[in-house]
Design a binder for this molecule. Structure first.
Ligand code: SAH
Length: 227
């Protein structure tokens, strides 16, 4: 069983974009995950393929119509489809590494990209859409946000990155930021690789990395330490 991602968007040509490059693209070619981007407009029933309308109560911009979006969701994820249905939204729960990991172990995701002022509230409720935000700022549309979500998730799908261990130490995986990394040359513009890393003493290296992680997290993200 591989991870199946469906994206509902007014700009399907933007996909796979960066998701088709490097290890994620290779994972897709190897069948570890799949991605389908569907044009929301193809579910509109009028001659002009209208997908939006003015906000009830007045105000700027346009709102995506609930009936058109519901038709798209129902076509892509009929009853019995167990994948979570997600709406990219600045009002959503902030994306975390923990949620990305959960999603990566599941059957996939159906992701709705908003545009304009957003989406009619009734379709969010009627289709139980999980609102996810990628940060406290406002984008012009959900497409880049969906790519961020998928990139975070897909690299965690078993087999995509290789090396089963390669995530364990990463930032956020253990509640800490990652320790600093070094590679050759031994001296770069007069700066040496910390001696401990070339000592060959794995216990010492482990302790040094852990201490660096804690120090970095305390300095930059004390909120992660919860103290
Ligand atoms: N009027 C809305 C913003 C609409 S932005 C508000 O104030 O909340 C248009 C679309 O871009 C949204 O529907 C959403 O799909 C996407 N978007 C914008 N910012 C986002 C963010 N931080 N995270 C996820 N999606 C975002």
């Amino acid at each position: 069983m591989s991870f199946a991602a469906d994206v509902i968007t007014l700009f399907p040509d933007l996909f796979p974009g960066p998701l088709g490059a490097s290890v994620l693209g290779r994972g897709m070619a190897d069948g570890l995950w799949s991605l389908e981007a569907t044009q929301l407009r193809s579910f509109a029933h009028d001659r002009h393929h209208t997908v939006d309308d003015t906000p009830s109560g007045g105000g700027a911009g346009m709102v995506l119509k609930p009936d058109i979006l519901a038709a798209a969701i129902d076509a892509i994820a009929p009853a019995g489809d167990l994948r979570p249905k997600i709406l990219m939204s600045p009002r959503g729960k902030p994306l975390t590494q923990a949620r990305a990991r959960e999603l990566a172990l599941g059957p996939g995701a159906v992701i709705v990209c908003g545009r304009f002022e957003g989406v009619d509230q009734r379709v969010i409720e009627a289709r139980a859409l999980e609102e996810i935000s990628i940060g406290d700022y406002v984008l012009a549309g959900g497409e880049v946000a969906a790519m961020v979500l998928l990139e975070a998730v897909v690299r965690l799908i078993p087999g995509v990155l290789g090396g089963a261990d390669s995530h364990a130490d990463e930032s956020f995986e253990n509640g800490l930021l990652e320790y600093p990394q070094y590679t050759r040359p031994q001296v770069f513009e007069g700066r040496e690789i910390p001696a401990v890393l070339t000592s060959g003493d794995h216990g010492k290296i482990e302790r040094w990395r852990r201490a660096q992680s804690v120090e970095l997290t305390r300095a930059r993200r004390p909120d992660l330490l919860g103290d």
